[in-house]
Design a protein around this ligand. Structure first.
Ligand code: NI
Ligand code: MN
Length: 236
């Protein structure tokens, strides 16, 4: 069993993940809430969020970013072009990072890493350039190193993420169609050197057909654990 060292992780359906560190830092990733059919409607976000991380500009990842930012007051972190767009929508504290960079906030170090995907931002009837899609490595002081892959295909340079940051717990998309499916995610987990995988970005829409059971099958004998929380179920 993975030791979460006092941190709490809650998958909220699709790619939405909430993290609470042992020091009480509250992090939310990819807020897709109101129109997310798998979001647990009874879930209450903390009144004050410290960080809101965005992996890319697709609406199933940022649909509620501006409203969450205004209501819960976090510092928003995103690729620089996406952060700039959010500022134009009235989000005041938006920090634009770029690939390869790290940024320390309280007891958490964020590292922005590659994802293989696309990232146009739908703005009314036009699609705007959103920079590059990304993932995040989240290194908690004294705690585990997490990786949220965002939307991505499997890619060989995940080995570089392993060498640089040694992530232990990975939130990996497995739904297929828009991202890697279970087979790709199993290879990704090996490349990344993960101990534990929490599958995300599956089951939300009919085209996202990958399942945690298929991922487990592809990881048989690897020693890598697959956790299968229900949306809203806290892992600690
Ligand atoms: Ni996407
Ligand atoms: Mn997506």
């Amino acid at each position: 069993m993975t030791d979460f060292k006092g941190s709490t992780f809650t998958w909220l359906g699709h790619a939405v993940v909430q993290i609470t560190t042992p020091k009480g830092t509250e992090i939310l990733i990819d807020p897709f809430i109101e129109h997310n059919p798998k979001y647990p409607k009874s879930h209450k976000l903390p009144q004050k969020l410290d960080l809101l991380l965005l992996t890319h500009g697709h609406s199933d990842h940022i649909a509620d970013a501006a409203s969450v930012a205004k209501k819960h007051g976090p510092e928003v972190v995103a690729m620089v072009e996406l952060a700039g767009w959010l500022k134009s929508k009235g989000v005041q504290r938006a920090s634009g990072m770029n690939l390869g960079g790290s940024y320390k906030v309280k007891d958490v170090t964020l590292s922005m890493v590659e994802a293989r995907h696309s990232t146009g931002i739908d703005d009314g009837s036009i699609t705007l350039y959103g920079g590059e899609p990304v993932g995040y490595v989240i290194t908690i002081d004294g705690g585990p190193v997490l990786y949220h892959a965002g939307d991505t295909a499997a890619f060989l340079d995940m080995q570089l993420i392993r060498d640089l940051y040694s992530p232990e717990i990975g939130f990996l998309p497995i739904g297929d169609y828009y991202t890697m499916g279970p087979k790709g995610a199993a290879i990704a987990a090996r490349y990344l050197g993960l101990k534990t995988v929490v599958p995300i970005h599956y089951g939300t829409f009919p085209v996202l057909t990958g399942t945690p059971e298929e991922l487990e099958k592809h990881l048989t004998g690897s020693g890598i654990e697959v956790l299968k929380p229900k949306p809203g179920e806290a892992l600690r």
